[in-house]
Write a protein that binds this ligand. Structure first.
Ligand SMILES: NC(=O)c1ccc[n+]([C@@H]2O[C@H](COP(=O)([O-])OP(=O)(O)OC[C@H]3O[C@@H](n4cnc5c(N)ncnc54)[C@H](O)[C@@H]3O)[C@@H](O)[C@H]2O)c1
Length: 272
């Protein structure tokens, strides 16, 4: 396995280099949703390069094919299993978990979508329901599906991707903001319930990240006018690999003793 630093992020001018820890995920099977793009892709890539077996799930089969082309050879074909599935679909979740097999060591719930910045008086049922279906229901369903295997093993690590929108009201519309607050609630409930059985459940709250995240609906002028003034406060735009560093820290045994945490990975935005 190549353990040289990945200087992709450094080349983009952040001054930071991804340095993999060889073998950190040896013998581990980890499900990563949203693995076709952005933060999920960077997370799946890092786990593969650190020795893990990755079940890479995404609604986009094309994106997964591109990921396979780039990483399967390097990691070995047995280490990467792709599943094209919609996490809002019960059958899709079942296919993801079946592909993982009986022992599931980790779950990174990364797949998510952004709303249209609508405030309460403008939001449509359609946008509200779709955002909750992906960000909340999908996240919860994957957890429900993997926990029995983790309880059997007496171990397991789950990392849910929340957002700065889980920490404040000024970054998105009501649907996305409420959905990411719900992700924190799911994280804390599971951390509390399963901690004594050896499971760790944490969340990472990214600030702004350079990805092509999908926005649904028509942007709300009212919402965007209100949010606009607060955008200059964002301290930095992170690369997906920087978020993968936070997520894999919590997923791996390096996160031992951390359970129920909501880790802002946002260049310090949360302290403003
Ligand atoms: N990019 C940011 O600035 C930012 C900030 C805060 C939080 N986040 C969160 O990070 C996570 C990842 O976002 P990203 O920026 O990498 O976005 P991205 O769009 O680059 O990647 C998300 C992936 O999830 C997949 N996906 C979407 N809906 C799905 C579904 N129903 N079933 C399966 N896969 C689905 C998409 O196809 C895509 O490949 C999201 O939960 C997002 O809310 C992103």
């Amino acid at each position: 396995m190549d353990d040289t630093p990945n200087d992709t992020a450094a080349e983009r001018g952040t001054g930071w280099r991804e340095r993999i820890t060889p073998g950190r995920f040896d013998g581990r099977t980890v499900i990563v949703t949203g693995a076709g793009s952005g933060i999920g892709r960077a997370t799946a890539s890092r786990i593969l390069r650190e020795g893990g077996r990755v079940i890479a799930a995404d609604v986009s089969g094309d994106r997964l094919d591109a990921f396979t082309t780039e990483f399967a050879t390097e990691a070995g074909s047995a280490a990467l299993v792709t599943v094209a599935a919609d996490i809002t679909d019960a059958a899709g979740v079942e296919r993801i978990v079946t592909a993982a097999g009986p022992r599931i060591d980790g779950l990174a719930n990364v797949a998510g979508i952004v709303d249209d910045d609508s405030p309460a008086h403008e939001i449509s049922d359609e946008v509200w329901q779709r955002v909750f279906a992906v960000n909340v229901d999908g996240t919860f369903r994957l957890i429900r599906a993997v926990v029995p295997s983790m309880l059997d093993a007496g171990a397991g690590s789950i990392v849910n991707v929340a957002s700065e929108a889980a920490l404040r009201g000024s970054t998105a519309g009501i649907a996305y903001t409420a959905s990411k607050h719900a992700v924190v609630g799911i994280t804390r409930s599971c951390a509390f319930m399963y901690g004594p059985q050896g499971l760790r459940v944490n969340a990472v709250a990214p600030g702004a990240v350079a990805t092509g995240i999908a926005r649904i609906g028509t942007p709300s002028e009212f919402g965007q006018r209100r949010i606009r003034d607060f955008l200059p406060l964002i301290p930095s735009i992170a690369q997906a690999e920087q978020l993968a560093a936070s997520i894999t820290f919590l997923l791996s045994d390096d996160g031992v003793n951390v359970n129920g945490a909501v880790l802002p990975s946002d260049g310090g935005w949360a302290v403003q």
